[in-house]
Design a protein around this ligand. Structure first.
Ligand code: SF4
Ligand code: SF4
Length: 427
């Protein structure tokens, strides 16, 4: 544990073994867990609020949850686990609210093949999760000749009809947030970072880097009030990109699209032509162990369907996995907050097969990096989902006591060797 939030802190630097207040290691870690999950909820809640959606019960939970971590308030580990599950429930509400707001504003996503690579003309590269910012930018780019490219978590924007209708939305450059320092250097365009994950910028692109809203790095220009003129002018001043050879990448599998395939999916499952569904996704990280996710997807048997989301998908979304009688084997559901689509889909499949969540042939393999992924993990625990695998490492704020609760109640495990994991799961 490490806590230095009050004046009693050990040696004036931090309680690391036990709190002077009486707080024990497990309680301190469960409080940290709660804070991290609430950070994730706050990010989604913030974006839903921006689109005009609010839920008082979410704000009430965030206030109550934070208060529970104050000095000398809650020393009960069981209650802090319950609060973690309540946080998961709250995150479910928030993701639903954000998804509804996205659909109301931009339509429901439909599958689309996105061009990957530079096209002739001046360009702007947009990264992050904020679709409203992208919409405003696309409006302002119309008629300027500037092409707008998505990066990382902005790729799913192409699936939304009300965003895809803009001619200026040209394609995609690069992959997950981890490649940004290379991609931002390689492509001479102006760059907009709308949310996390920004990395400390390199000097060679700092003069063409723009941020907005809560995202700040020293020396980058901050866009105010959705006035993207400085960003667009910079792109024009830089001049055109050269045409590259283009590839494509698919995204945009919304709930309605997949549910329209439900009768066929049912038939294929009953005929044993689809044996298992996998949700493999989450954050990317530069950790070399992330190679697991490509190996895992690549080695899955051909009678499996893989749902994916968030920027962990760039580990394998260039693979051609083919289809099962017309049903693509790899379906990109969107951003990390689109975990709600995966959840709604799983619940719809439960109805279709008349079974409980844990009886579905569905395995979740979650790659996590930051606190939104922690919020999603606790949402899945709240729903009672068992047998999940997480990686590349276990959250460092868990200790054996907390881990034992997660293993005993949910059979949560750490990823190991991809082939061994597949063998164990497929039986
Ligand atoms: S709240 Fe407790 S554990 Fe934290 S610094 Fe104060 S005495 Fe230490
Ligand atoms: S999916 Fe996670 S790691 Fe990737 S950009 Fe979003 S928050 Fe960052």
């Amino acid at each position: 544990m490490f806590c230095y939030q009050c004046s009693q802190t050990a040696k004036g630097t931090g309680c690391t073994v036990m709190g002077r207040c009486g707080k024990k290691d497990t309680v301190a870690r469960l409080q940290d867990n709660l804070i991290f999950v609430m950070k994730g909820i706050s990010a989604y809640n913030y974006h839903a609020n921006e689109l005009g959606r609010k839920d008082e019960s979410v704000d009430e939970f965030l206030t109550k949850g934070l208060y529970s971590t104050l000095t000398n308030v809650n020393f009960d580990p069981e209650d802090l686990i319950s609060l973690g599950l309540k946080a998961g429930e709250t995150n479910l509400k928030v993701m639903k609210m954000l998804k509804e707001a996205h659909i109301d504003n931009f339509g429901e996503p439909v599958p689309v093949d996105v061009k990957v690579g530079a096209q002739l003309g001046p360009g702007i590269l947009v990264t992050g999760h904020d679709l409203k910012a992208l919409e405003e930018l696309l409006k302002q780019c119309e008629g300027t000749g500037v092409k707008v490219y998505t990066h990382s978590e902005m790729l799913p924007a192409h699936g939304y009809p009300e965003l895809n209708k803009y001619e200026s939305l040209a394609g995609q450059l690069g992959g997950s947030y981890t490649d940004q320092r290379k991609i931002f250097s390689d492509y001479n365009v102006s760059i907009l970072v709308t949310t996390n994950c920004i990395m400390p910028p390199k000097e060679d692109y700092i003069d063409r880097l723009f941020t907005m809203d809560l995202v700040k790095v020293p020396e980058a220009t901050v866009i105010k009030d959705y006035n993207f003129k400085p960003l667009i002018n910079k792109a024009i001043e830089i001049g055109p990109l050269k045409q590259e050879e283009l590839t494509t990448i698919s995204t945009g599998y919304g709930l309605s699209t997949i549910l329209s395939l439900a009768p066929k999916i049912k038939e294929l499952v009953e005929e044993d032509k689809i044996k298992r569904f996998f949700l493999v996704g989450g954050c990317d990280t530069p950790n070399p162990k992330m190679r697991y996710y490509r190996d895992f997807v690549q080695n899955l048997p051909e009678d499996t369907i893989i749902l994916t989301l968030a920027c962990g998908k760039y580990r394998f979304n260039d693979l051609d996995l083919g289809d099962i009688e017309g049903i693509p084997r790899l379906l990109d559901l969107g951003q990390c907050n689109d975990a709600i689509v995966a959840i709604d889909l799983a619940l719809a499949l439960c109805d279709l097969f008349d079974c409980e969540l844990n009886d579905l042939p569905l395995t979740i393999v979650l790659s996590w990096m930051e606190q939104k992924a922690a919020a999603i993990l606790w949402t899945l625990l709240y729903l009672g989902k068992k047998d999940m695998l997480i990686g590349p490492i276990l959250p460092a704020w868990l200790n054996n006591d907390i881990l034992n609760v997660l293993i005993n109640n949910y059979n949560l495990s750490l990823i190991s060797d991809s082939e061994a994991d597949i063998k164990r799961i497929m039986g």
